[in-house]
Design a protein around this ligand. Structure first.
Ligand SMILES: [Zn+2]
Length: 88
């Protein structure tokens, strides 16, 4: 996602600044942005570990407590039970 942002910034810079001068500025912006994004991602991970990414990642699986079906939905697709346990 941030690649699009940095691409837009570099495009804007290349419009404002003539080409030979814009190149080092664009590279600098790219480096700064990647540093900023890495810092933010690390802070996010350090603060609220899996709870933030757990919803999207497939590393955590849920198993229905009544029939044992593996699913990631609110209710079991097989028996409709909302009771589930976390498994790996
Ligand atoms: Zn079930």
């Amino acid at each position: 996602m941030w690649i699009g942002i940095s691409l837009g910034i570099s495009l804007a810079i290349s419009f404002i600044v003539p080409f030979p001068f814009s190149l080092p500025i664009i590279i600098g912006v790219f480096i700064l942005l990647s540093f900023y994004m890495r810092k933010r991602a690390m802070r996010k991970m350090g603060m609220s570990g899996t709870s933030l990414f757990g919803g999207n990642s497939s590393s955590i699986s849920y198993y229905c407590m009544s029939c044992g079906t593996k699913h990631n939905q609110a209710a079991c697709p097989r028996c409709g039970s909302k009771m589930k346990r976390v498994g790996s």
